[in-house]
Design a protein around this ligand. Structure first.
Ligand code: HEM
Length: 241
């Protein structure tokens, strides 16, 4: 019998590698992100989480996998006030790639809410995992004042690494207790690959500005090194949005 949490982990491993190897993420982990790019990234994620969290909260059948302690939109609002100022709401608009992401979440909430599981998994499990290292990198890169600018990566209800680890286990057990059949599991894994692709597209949309800021030489050196082979890591078909 297929177990959903394992199927998701194994079935999105290649998509995860591709997401880690976007030029945006490569620059991020090398401490090359700029304040302008970081705040745009957070602003676009704010739109994504606001849509996702409304969809999860308002869909009766999603109750078992709705964990308000994971919610990111309030945390992101704090960061946006820090980076843009009090009138941050008037200064942010979603990129086209983000609008595509949002319309997918809205469509699923209306017509196929089961697949919201894939979107919840892709974002929150990532935030609880690699997101924690990204926080340290950006704090040092942007020389942020104590306690400001990375609320997105903080989970007040899960403050320690042990809390996060235990929660991820609980999340996986919750997924596995849903008792979904093979067909439903296959559809959720396919949607999770699509969710990774939507995230990659959001990051790709920020790359032209990053490239212009860093200059061609730095850009080429970061982007070319450790490029995953396309044969080993083919893009999911769903990437074409
Ligand atoms: C440089 C960027 C990234 C790094 C270094 C990174 C690192 C990691 C690590 C180390 C784990 C394993 C944690 C564990 O086993 O407990 C993980 C898991 C995960 N990451 Fe990432 N990640 C990155 C980018 C992303 C992105 C962009 C997404 C999605 C948008 C993502 C989604 C996930 C998910 C869903 C998991 C959970 C896998 C599972 O256990 O089922 N990651 N990441």
């Amino acid at each position: 019998m297929t177990v959903l949490s394992l199927a998701l982990r194994e079935g999105t491993a290649e998509a995860h590698t591709l997401a880690e190897h976007t030029a945006f993420m490569k620059c991020f982990v090398r401490g090359l992100i700029t304040p302008s790019l970081f705040r745009q990234f957070l602003a676009n994620l704010y739109f994504v989480y606001t849509a996702l969290e409304a969809a999860l909260a308002n869909t009766e059948s999603m109750r078992p996998i709705y964990f308000p302690e994971l919610n990111r939109s309030g945390q992101l609002a704090e960061d946006l006030a820090f980076y843009y100022g009090d009138n941050w709401r008037d200064q942010i608009t979603p990129l086209t790639a983000t609008r595509v992401y949002l319309s997918r979440i809205h469509d699923l909430a209306q017509s196929d809410p089961l697949l919201l599981i894939a979107h919840s998994y892709t974002r929150y499990m990532g935030d609880l995992s690699g997101g924690q290292a990204l926080s340290k990198i950006v704090r040092s890169q942007l020389a942020l004042p104590e306690g400001e600018g990375t609320a997105f990566y903080e989970f007040p209800a899960l403050p320690t690494p042990e809390d996060k680890k235990a929660f991820k286990q609980r999340y996986r057990e919750t997924l596995d207790s849903l008792g979904l059949d093979e067909d439903a599991i296959a559809r959720i894994v396919k949607e999770a690959n699509f969710a990774f692709a939507l995230n990659c597209n959001l990051m790709h949309a920020l790359e032209p500005e990053l490239k212009a800021t860093l200059g061609d030489a730095v850009w080429q050196s970061v982007v070319i090194e450790n490029q995953p082979s396309r044969r080993e890591h083919p893009r999911p078909a769903a990437v074409a949005v």
